[in-house]
Design a protein around this ligand. Structure first.
Ligand code: GRF
Length: 195
């Protein structure tokens, strides 16, 4: 059961999943393994981590494509190329900062998940931490959810909640939430593939 993880930047969520798969021996337990890490950004730091762990990496630079559909088609080909039967068991969006077309979402229907740094359905979209602080929220958090063609919609698979503290900045809150992301994302993937 191959997992392909898509990143755009640091890839800390990808790293948490790679580490959990190793430490919890997913491959022995249920045949699940991270087969590839793919980024739309050639300089994504997460690619260095994947390479250091001998995981196949790919870059599909969205700047090289004239349309969203053309980019998504190229991305799908790369993703499917990392699975012998041409269809990974799970595609994991981890800090992947691209809106995907309905065609892409349909192609991976039921096998596509994302992590969003808010307690969905609150605060879909960007700048979630600053918006939670500005709204006076006492709590914030992260959500792992199935991906549909609606942005940050889809069935909720895992959530974690953290307090918003009086002097929090978006950065301090983001760091507190990210720590929880690294716990709930591996748990969600394991539950989908290993039980
Ligand atoms: C995290 O806030 C995550 O919730 C969002 O992207 C940010 C960076 O994630 N999807 P990562 O460190 O690249 O995994």
């Amino acid at each position: 059961k191959n997992i392909v993880i898509l990143i755009s930047g640091g890839g800390s969520n990808m790293a948490a999943i790679v580490n959990a798969a190793h430490q919890q021996r997913w491959h022995e337990v249920c045949g699940a393994r991270v087969a590839a890490v793919i980024s739309n950004k050639p300089d994504a730091k997460g690619l260095d981590f994947a390479r250091s762990r001998r995981i196949a990496t790919d870059v599909v630079d969205h700047k090289g494509f004239s349309s969203r559909e053309a980019f998504d088609a190229a991305l799908m080909q790369r993703i499917d190329g990392h699975d012998p039967d041409g269809h990974p068991a799970l595609v994991v969006l981890a800090g992947f900062m691209r809106i995907l077309t309905p065609g892409f979402v349909q192609h991976y229907a039921g096998r596509l998940v994302n992590i969003h740094p808010s307690l969905l359905p609150a605060f879909t979209g960007l700048n979630t931490h600053q918006r939670a602080i500005d709204a006076g929220c006492r709590f914030a958090g992260a959500t792992v959810h199935r991906v549909t063609s609606e942005l940050d919609d889809g069935d909720i698979l895992e959530q974690a909640v953290v307090p918003v503290l009086p002097h929090d900045t978006a950065e301090s809150l983001a760091a507190r939430v990210l720590t929880q992301e690294h716990l709930i994302y591996p748990r969600a993937v394991r539950r989908l593939l290993c039980v």
